[in-house]
Design a protein around this ligand. Structure first.
Ligand code: ZN
Length: 166
C-alpha cells in the first residue's frame, strides 16, 4: 500500500488510451490498493489508473458509500441528464460545469475478475462517466461548458458547495 504521485494536466499519459486488464496479478492488486490510498489521501471521489501513470483500465470510486473498484469498465446504458460542477485530482485548484447523464449503468469486472453490473445516480453517475473518460485519455476540461474556474472563486460564490475531485 502506498500513495502514488498524481499526474497533472499537461502530462501526455493523461491523453492516452488504456489497455484491458487480462487477468488479476499481485502487481495489479497492489496498484488498486495504492489507487484507493491515493484517492482517500487527496480527498478525491474517484481515481483512474492513468492518473497514477498506469495505462490500464482500472478505476476506483468512493462517493461516500464505500469503495468501488471497476476493472475494464464500460457504460452500457444512460438515462437523463444533470449539469453541475466537476473537478479532477489531475487539474488541481480548478472546477468546471459539465453535463452528464443523471443515471448510468456500468459493466465491469471486480478484483476477482468476476463480471458485474452496477447502476449509479447523481454524483456516482458523474464519477462513472468522469473516470471512464480518463481510460480513453479524455479530461473533463474539454467538456466544461463555461471554461475552468478557480476553486477560490467557487468558495466566494457558494459557501455550501461541496468540492468533488475525481
Ligand atoms: Zn479526473
Amino acid at each position: 500500500m502506498g500513495i502514488r504521485e498524481v499526474r497533472e494536466i499537461g502530462d501526455e499519459i493523461l491523453t492516452k488510451q488504456c489497455k484491458d486488464v487480462p487477468k488479476m496479478t499481485l502487481r495489479t492488486k497492489i496498484l488498486i490498493g495504492d489507487m484507493l490510498d491515493t484517492m482517500y489521501e487527496k480527498n478525491g471521489v474517484g481515481l483512474a489508473a492513468p492518473q497514477v501513470g498506469v495505462l490500464k483500465k482500472i478505476v476506483v470510486i468512493d462517493v461516500g458509500e464505500g469503495p468501488i473498484v471497476l476493472i475494464n469498465p464500460e457504460i452500457v446504458e444512460t438515462f437523463g441528464e444533470q449539469t453541475g460542477e466537476e473537478g479532477c485530482l489531475s487539474v488541481p485548484g480548478k472546477w468546471g460545469i459539465v453535463t452528464r447523464p443523471e443515471k448510468v449503468k456500468v459493466r465491469a469486472f471486480n478484483q476477482d475478475m468476476e463480471p458485474f453490473e452496477m447502476e449509479g445516480e447523481g454524483l456516482l453517475a458523474r464519477a462513472f462517466c468522469h473516470e471512464i473518460d480518463h481510460l480513453r485519455g479524455e479530461l473533463y476540461v474539454d467538456k466544461a461548458e463555461d471554461g475552468l474556474h478557480d476553486v477560490s472563486e467557487q468558495y466566494e460564490d457558494e459557501d455550501d458547495t461541496e468540492e468533488t475531485e475525481e
